[in-house]
Design a protein around this ligand. Structure first.
Ligand SMILES: Cc1cc2nc3c(=O)[nH]c(=O)nc-3n(C[C@H](O)[C@H](O)[C@H](O)COP(=O)(O)O)c2cc1C
Length: 150
């Protein structure tokens, strides 16, 4: 394959990771986060956006993957969402492949073992296999966990 352009040169996968401070009041958290994941998963699916959202006590760390303009447009909208503030981009740029290709938006906890306790497949939600993560996912998840620790 010497003549074919690499996949990412034409279509490309753009990945953006940010951290923000959770502003959802404790008594609203469960309901708000439930709604947030529902909306995010259905909208992301339509836009071919995949990724993971890590929830820690004070912070969100989110990875968004997809076509660059679509990811940037979504990120601009997410940035304005009053449910969080102090949004800081940690990483953004083109990557070879999607790391969370099967997840419209995986829910990840900041501590504990295998993470991604509930996996949202693009065709529904299924319990995660206990060792369901790839080394590439683990490396991105580790960066997200580190960011959540500040
Ligand atoms: C931490 C955080 C992560 C979010 N992630 C997404 C996401 O991945 N996809 C998405 O569509 N909306 C996400 N949202 C919600 C958007 O900000 C917005 O509320 C949602 O897209 C609904 O927009 P609409 O009212 O125009 O339909 C997120 C919000 C927050 C606070």
């Amino acid at each position: 394959m010497t003549t074919a352009a690499p996949d990412h040169a034409s279509t490309g996968t753009f990945r953006l990771m940010y951290r923000s401070r959770d502003r959802i009041p404790a008594d609203r958290r469960k309901v708000e986060l439930g709604e947030l994941f529902l909306t995010a998963r259905s909208k992301n699916k339509k836009r071919h956006i995949t990724g993971a959202l890590l929830l820690s006590e004070d912070f969100f760390v989110q990875t968004l993957e997809g076509e660059e303009t679509i990811v940037q447009t979504l990120f601009e909208q997410i940035e304005r969402d009053p449910r969080h503030d102090s949004v800081t981009v940690l990483e953004s740029g083109m990557v070879d492949d999607r790391v969370f290709a099967r997840w419209a938006m995986a829910k990840v906890s900041a501590d504990g073992e295998p993470d991604i306790p509930l996996i949202a497949h693009t065709d529904g939600i299924a319990p995660a296999a206990s060792r369901g993560t790839t080394p590439e996912q683990e490396s991105v998840l580790q960066a997200m966990r580190d960011a959540a620790r500040g």
